[in-house]
Design a protein around this ligand. Structure first.
Ligand code: NAP
Length: 285
């Protein structure tokens, strides 16, 4: 029941009505017996500054921020945490303290690492291929570099963007990043890659639905394939990976894991995720 003490949260984006965040966060809230409710707000870019200020004045607890506002929102916040600074984008905002400071966080990196570690992946001496160089790829590179990996290969359709990501990550990289001009790798090099992470929309419902982000003739046996696309839950890449005996990590798992870290930012509780996973899968069956 909503009453005057109910804490208000939500996601700001455009378009955002398809978002799974309200379903996920409201289950976390209910399961933890918290008096709060999470809404969905489709907003315009020119309104973001006064929405942040007004929501703070109205006593909102915080927000998730999604496309296309993850970068622009940073100019309107009082503080930015380390992960958000490193990736240059914010996906979670919290208003806190007597002075109602607004602070931006980015929980994608933590969601990525948790998804990978839950799969049992061993970091040591591993070679990882990251496809894409946008926001999600930045979070992946940034967080994975903090693990003892041997090499991260980055391939992006626009080569210069991959080079930008490489330069940005330089200080933590210790020569562990290599930018690829194309995916025409030799058989041995493909074999050494232990994990492939798709940070592009290829495979997503709509115009990219039938596409995969790697050459069809790559053998995925013994690899871990991490697909960030979560609509549909089973993309052509995931289907190929399963067929060839690879381990898979799905976009929906990352979505739920990064959402659990946003919940932690707001409430200081790391929620259990299995119930949410089941509900999301049931709802979208
Ligand atoms: P973004 O910042 O817009 O970056 C998109 C990336 O995909 C860029 O590197 C872009 O390459 C590449 N790309 C776009 N269209 C392509 C095409 N037709 N062929 C090859 N490459 C293409 O987006 P993002 O935030 O990084 O998100 C990327 C994907 O990850 C999306 O599908 C998003 O839904 C998903 N994601 C999932 C989660 C989750 O929790 N599961 C979280 C974040 C993102 P160019 O540089 O050449 O344009």
């Amino acid at each position: 029941m909503i009453d005057p003490d109910t804490k208000i949260l939500g996601v700001l984006g455009n378009p955002v009505k398809h978002s799974l965040s309200p379903l996920i966060q409201n289950i976390f809230i209910k399961s933890n017996n918290i008096n709060a409710h999470y809404y969905c707000f489709e907003i315009e870019k020119q309104d973001i500054c006064h929405i942040i200020k007004s929501a703070n004045a109205l006593g909102f607890l915080g927000f998730n921020i999604t496309m296309p506002f993850k970068e622009i929102v940073m100019s309107y916040l009082d503080e930015i945490d380390e992960d958000a600074k490193e990736t240059g984008s914010v996906n979670t905002v919290k208003f806190y303290g007597d002075k109602k400071i607004s602070k931006g966080f980015n929980t994608d990196g933590k969601g990525i690492i948790e998804s990978i570690e839950k799969s049992g992946f061993g970091w040591e001496y591993s070679e990882i291929l990251i496809l894409g160089a946008g926001g999600a790829a930045k979070s992946a590179v940034n967080s994975i570099l903090k693990r003892p990996v041997k090499k991260i290969f980055i391939y992006n359709r626009t080569h210069d963007r991959a080079l930008d990501l490489f330069q940005r990550s330089g200080k933590n990289a210790d020569n562990r990043i290599e930018v690829l001009k194309n995916l025409g790798l030799k058989k041995d090099a493909i074999k050494r890659i232990k994990m492939i992470i798709n940070c592009t929309p290829l495979g997503m419902k709509g115009v990219y639905a039938s596409e995969i982000p790697i050459p069809h003739n790559w053998d995925l046996k013994d690899k871990t394939v991490f697909e960030m696309v979560y609509h549909p839950f089973e993309t052509p890449l995931i289907k190929k990976a399963k067929k060839e005996g690879a381990k898979t990590i799905k976009g929906i798992d990352m979505l739920i894991n990064q959402a659990a870290y946003s919940f932690y930012v707001w409430f200081g509780i790391k929620p259990e995720t299995e119930k949410v996973r089941k509900a999301v899968l049931d709802e979208n069956r």
